[in-house]
Design a protein around this ligand. Structure first.
Ligand code: CP3
Length: 392
């Protein structure tokens, strides 16, 4: 039997909301919650030779920075400290991060010869990631044996990884990767198939190491044309999901469900198609109206033991709201929560919401504004549940 009661968790709200179960408040975590907006992150990075990969490849540092945002804010989930570009690095493309620059690959994949050389990497090259997952899980386990908050593992989507692999760096126009897509779709499909199988193996290994949910970041799915998105992004995200473990039996013999989250930035136009994915949660950016998304794909209420279609929704406040004053942040938080409406509160399953940003947090964000946001999500979502219970 798969345990979906989460008795070994101090705070299971995130996992419950992923599975469309009722929660006392709307759980919140933030994409890129560990990072440069925190002075303690910058201090640890200096210890690691001022290098991002120095942090990510050292188990102790990766654990330390994963926990930093949790020690400051009462967030409801932790996310592994790593990067989506670890896979192409392990494929031999030579990842580096210049100081003050984005990521760069020494050997981008631009022609058939380079595509011929691509293969699912030896997972031993990514051992540092799986070791970090185990170490973070241990650090999140309390004296009573319960998890403080769940740990999310993650990967890039096959298409988003391909963007970096072909461009060799971040891009503003995606010219090189789209040139290949339109002129040599056969090569693009070969890259995406290899990426999908690599991502599936990588996420399954994170689950084996202790990740309690997994998220696929399709950060650049939204730059594709209608039609191209379905063929070159969605189809390969589906290929990943088809290979993913949906449950895991831990060392104590407990079998737990592993929720799967798919986030497509700019994916709002394709919600109906994404709702057909075999995943539990869809992440949305700030262009989407949560109430409309709930009506379209959030599913019905089902009695205990009954199941049917419907996705939990994650998102979607504009990260730039965090540059306003706390009172304005609180008002915007309330707008986002109210646009979703009160989540299902019964004993079965129904529409549920996980609060997050619509994309990653900016490095210029004042940390005290993050405290205001997290507090507002908890307070306002608790209060609106109470009001609904009073009216019922
Ligand atoms: O959310 C977390 O706290 C976990 C850590 C995490 C990082 N990257 C750490 C990181 C996660 C989930 C990612 C995902 C990631 N990486 C994505 C998908 C999410 C998204 O934002 O769309 C993408 C596209 C990348 C690729 C990447 N890595 C870029 C473009 C950059 C440079 C941009 C920047 O912000 O500087 C990175 C580097 C990176 N990854 C940093 C961090 C904290 C900054 C590195 C530093 O310390 O200098």
């Amino acid at each position: 039997m798969t345990d979906t009661t989460f008795t070994n968790h101090q705070n299971p709200t995130f996992l419950q909301a992923c599975l469309r179960q009722a929660t006392p408040h709307t759980p919140v975590w933030l994409m890129r919650q560990a990072g440069r907006y925190l002075p303690e992150y910058l201090a640890t990075r200096v210890k690691a030779g001022n290098s991002f990969m120095g942090l990510a490849t050292n188990v102790d540092y990766a654990t330390e920075v994963t926990l930093q945002p949790l020690d400051r804010f009462p967030l409801d989930a932790a996310i592994l400290f790593s990067d989506i570009l670890t896979i192409p690095d392990a494929m031999g493309l030579g990842l580096s991060f210049g100081v003050g620059e984005g990521p760069r690959f020494a050997s981008p994949v631009r022609d058939e010869t380079a595509v011929d050389k691509l293969a699912v990497p030896d997972l031993d090259k990514l051992r540092y990631v799986f070791d970090a997952v185990s170490s973070i899980r241990k650090a999140l386990t309390q004296a009573d044996g319960k998890s403080r908050v769940p740990l999310i593992g993650f990967s890039g989507s096959p298409w988003t990884l391909a963007c970096y692999m072909v461009e060799g760096a971040g891009s503003s126009d995606y010219r090189l990767v789209k040139t290949m897509l339109y002129s040599r779709p056969d090569l693009m499909h070969r890259i995406l198939a290899t990426n999908a199988d690599s991502v599936a193996a990588y996420l399954n290994a994170q689950i084996e190491a202790g990740a309690q949910a997994v998220m696929i970041f399709d950060s650049w799915g939204g730059v594709l044309a209608d039609g191209a998105f379905q063929d070159f992004s969605l189809a390969y995200t589906a290929r990943v999901l088809a290979q993913l473990k949906t449950s895991h039996t831990d060392a104590n013999g407990n079998t737990i469900r592993i929720p799967r989250i798919v986030f497509t930035k700019g994916g709002g136009l394709w919600l109906q198609e994404m709702a057909a994915l075999d995943c539990d949660v869809l992440g949305l950016d700030w262009t989407v109206n949560l109430g409309k998304a709930r009506a379209a794909i959030g599913g019905e209420e089902y009695a205990p033991g009954v199941s049917g279609p419907g996705k939990a929704l994650q998102g979607n406040i504009d990260p730039n709201v965090l540059f306003a004053q706390p009172a304005q942040i609180e008002a915007e938080v309330a707008r986002v929560l109210d646009s979703f409406g009160t989540p299902y509160q019964g004993a079965g399953t129904g529409p549920s919401h996980i609060f997050n940003l619509g994309h990653g947090i900016s490095q210029y964000t004042p940390p005290e504004n993050v405290a205001a946001l997290v507090d507002a999500v908890h307070r306002h979502s608790r209060a609106s549940r109470g009001l609904q219970a009073l009216r019922a």
